[in-house]
Design a protein around this ligand. Structure first.
Ligand code: PLP
Length: 435
């Protein structure tokens, strides 16, 4: 949906100047919006023990992560690189959850060394771990409400988590191996906007934890209900009422774990926190007419792959073209792939070359999913700070980034000449002008 009124009121008056001075394309994020959303989540849980661990993969820019860390958020990591980023930002130990899947043992070892809260996605991974974390948590496979959801992968087809019927045994194994503290992880919705369904998915996890506690006698330190809360991408979508969501979780927690010290609630939202607070700014560079009217912009799918990849809707506006007659257009990038379209059959006010185009809701899973196919390199990221400064927090990629991992001289991996020499001149060394 269109960016928030607050973001629009602070961005639009300066957008023309930014575009004139800086050029396009770029993503720009609204620090105030991100912080406000985060604070709203914390406030909804009031004094109950709750912590949000922002899913790094959604927007792995250190400046944005630092902003959230300063507010008290933790970080949810799923790979060694994300763990290292978290560590370098000063997020250590309990500030980090490590929730991955199909994970190599070395990665768990790394996560354990940092003291992160580790979620085991599978019993086989747990069996391989030589050292146990001091709190053992398993991820539960989609179940309950989400068992029938195609988006999360139904129970028969999912690759995530421990099947419900194997969970009690998994926790008993952990007990036998000396674990005394336990958590559970269940992320059972994805981009869910309906608060009743989102709450139901979280309550399913809480109820399951209570059953496991009953059958095994273990006590849970924490219940991690994962991420997956949706944001309104379409103008007609209604935002989810986070207070209702938190209330449902707290009620279930009181009901399932009566007594003074119930388990803490953890979340790993990415999209919900930053998604609405980013926009991709591009310029119209072409207008053409084929079977349909086409507007070509100077960004492509490498800057935002959700529309091409999932057919996801992202709202598109031309902020300085209001009042012109509207008709339907496809908004396209320059990749040699027909799926490189930001919008299809979208009603827009008569776009002209040079017009500024906003592609909304790119604050999560936007730049982060970018790639460099076709040499269409990833664009810059700017931040509208809480003081209304506009700052560059990641420059656009350039030619040297495109070649950054190329060996100037090929490294011999396995030499053919008697398999002896580690280095030898390769007859086809490639010279790149300017290197
Ligand atoms: C992707 C992911 C998240 C974040 O998802 P959002 O849709 O951005 O909230 C959280 N936890 C896990 C395990 C994930 O894979």
């Amino acid at each position: 949906m269109p960016i928030s009124d607050g973001f629009a009121q602070r961005l639009l008056p300066v957008l023309g100047d930014i575009v004139a001075a800086y050029g396009t394309p770029f993503h720009i994020y609204d620090a105030r919006g991100i912080v406000d959303t985060y604070r709203g989540m914390v406030a909804a849980f009031a004094d109950e023990p709750f912590r949000e661990y922002f899913a790094v993969k959604a927007l792995p820019n250190p400046h944005v992560l630092s902003l959230l860390l300063r507010e008290g958020s933790g970080l949810d990591c799923a790979s060694p690189v994300e763990l290292e980023l978290a560590e370098r930002l000063g997020a250590t130990g309990r500030d980090v959850v490590f929730t991955s899947n199909n994970t190599a043992r070395a990665e768990y070892d790394l996560a354990l060394k940092t003291g992160a809260l580790v979620t085991f996605d599978d019993r086989s991974f747990f069996d391989k771990a030589e050292i146990l974390p001091d709190t053992v948590a398993f991820r539960v496979s989609p179940h309950g409400l989400s068992a029938g959801s195609a988006l999360m992968g139904d129970t028969a087809h999912t690759k995530f988590g421990v099947p419900v019927d194997q969970l009690p045994d998994a926790y008993r194994d952990a007990q036998r191996r000396g674990a005394t503290r336990f958590g559970i992880h269940g992320m059972t919705c994805a981009n869910e906007l309906d608060v009743r369904r989102a709450s139901r998915a979280a309550v399913d996890v809480i109820e399951l934890a209570a059953q496991i506690a009953d059958t095994t006698g273990i006590a849970f330190d924490y219940l991690n209900v994962g991420g997956g809360l949706g944001i309104p991408y379409r103008p007609e979508d209604e935002p989810l009422d986070f207070q209702d969501y938190a209330d449902a979780i707290l009620a279930a927690r009181r009901r399932c774990f009566p007594g003074q010290d119930g388990p803490r609630i953890l979340m790993e939202c990415g999209r919900y926190v930053t998604g609405p607070h980013g926009v991709l700014v591009a310029s119209v560079i072409n207008r053409s007419r084929k079977a349909r009217d086409i507007v070509g912009v100077d960004a492509s799918m490498s800057a935002l792959m959700r529309p091409g990849f999932y057919g996801a809707y992202h709202h598109v506006t031309l902020p300085f073209a209001t009042g012109r007659p509207e008709s339907e257009f496809d908004v396209v990038g320059a990749l040699c792939e027909n799926m490189d379209k930001f919008a299809v059959d979208r009603s827009l006010p008569d776009p002209r070359e040079g017009d500024v185009v906003l592609i909304h809701d790119t604050g999560a899973h936007g730049h982060a999913m970018g790639f460099t196919y076709n040499g269409r390199l990833r664009p810059a990221e700017l931040l509208l700070t809480e003081d209304d400064d506009v700052v560059e927090i990641r420059r656009a990629e350039r030619f040297e980034d495109y070649l950054a991992t190329i060996r100037r001289q090929p490294e011999t991996v396995l030499g053919a000449a008697g398999r002896r020499s580690r280095h030898h001149e390769h007859p086809s060394d490639t010279r790149i002008k300017g290197e």
